[in-house]
Design a binder for this molecule. Structure first.
Ligand SMILES: NC(=O)c1ccc[n+]([C@@H]2O[C@H](COP(=O)([O-])OP(=O)(O)OC[C@H]3O[C@@H](n4cnc5c(N)ncnc54)[C@H](O)[C@@H]3O)[C@@H](O)[C@H]2O)c1
Length: 277
């Protein structure tokens, strides 16, 4: 058990990568603070932890809300006395209520693909950013980037005193190489990468390792909004020929949280089936 007795707080742990990270860290002996904005999602992960005989703490909170984040860290430290590992995993690409954006995005990509098939090149701008609404921009940046900052700030208050800690941020291949039609998501993930590298240099003197994981396309509910035809096209571009799984991303995150990864500092590690070579 490589994380025996360690206290981990995982954001967005009610689904996809976050739930799998919680389960895998619990199997390694960690106590898990289970954060999610949705109560039912938190409960589902706590049930999974209970089944493997592990200790979990319900932390229903919006990571984009400073006061809720502060209360969530206070609750964790008051229960377990410390925080050893923070995984900033909560993230959104598109909200279910943003139907207009989903349609705009899917239409733009399929049109571009059609143009390439017929003429060999894209004929004009995909015109998503010029129609992008302020609400979509601010909400995405607030959850993905502000949320990462708010949680990190609270975790550091404990880790800097303790002189030890692991922070793992969930970036994306989109933040590394860019992707058309997702301006806010790409900016948030690019921001997370720059934040990770800068912070890693700042806090390593206190024995705190900060790294990021940058997955490619993986089969989680986050991809539900993508048009099926589009997903089929996407898969053809992934050298390994399939989507990734939550298990494959989680195992890297768990490794980064262990002492085995102590010499890995400020890195952005891809898990992408070869998409980012
Ligand atoms: N699935 C992919 O292909 C993929 C690829 C690259 C990066 N990622 C990133 O991985 C992370 C996890 O995504 P996933 O694929 O597991 O998606 P997911 O939708 O299954 O899980 C995300 C979780 O975050 C929670 N969440 C959303 N807003 C929140 C908030 N404000 N506060 C707290 N919790 C909130 C959701 O309720 C959900 O349970 C995200 O940061 C995402 O951007 C995913």
């Amino acid at each position: 058990m490589k994380l025996k007795g360690r206290v981990a707080l995982i954001t967005g742990a009610g689904s996809g990568f976050g739930r799998e990270i919680a389960i895998q860290m619990a199997r390694e002996g960690a106590k898990i603070g289970v954060n999610d904005i949705h109560r039912r999602a938190v409960e589902g992960t706590l049930e999974a932890l209970e089944q493997i005989g592990s200790e979990g703490l319900a932390l229903e909170a919006d990571v984009g809300n400073v006061d809720q984040v502060k209360r969530m860290f206070e609750k964790t430290v008051s229960k377990w006395g410390t925080i050893d590992i923070l995984v900033n995993n909560a993230g959104i690409a598109v909200k279910p209520e943003w139907k207009e954006y989903q349609e705009l995005h899917n239409r733009a990509v399929l049109k571009a693909v059609d143009e390439v098939m017929k003429t060999g090149k894209v004929q004009e701008s995909m015109k998503v950013t010029s129609a992008f609404q302020d609400e979509w921009w601010h909400a995405t940046l607030n959850v993905n980037l502000n949320g990462t900052f708010y949680c990190t700030r609270e975790a550091l208050k404990t880790m800097e005193v303790k002189g030890r800690g692991k922070i793992i941020n969930m970036a994306s291949i989109t933040g590394v190489q860019g992707e058309p039609n997702v301006p806010a998501y790409a900016a948030s993930k690019g921001g997370i990468i720059a934040f990770t590298k800068s912070l890693a240099k700042e806090v390593i003197g206190s024995g705190i390792q900060v790294n990021a994981v940058a997955p490619g396309y993986c089969g989680t509910p986050l991809l539900n909004s993508i048009d099926q035809q589009l997903l089929t096209i996407l898969k053809t571009q992934i050298p390994i020929g399939r989507l990734g799984t939550a298990r494959e991303v989680a195992s890297l995150v768990v490794y980064l949280a262990t002492d085995d990864a102590d010499y890995i500092v400020g890195q952005v590690i891809g898990v992408n089936g070869g998409l980012g070579i």
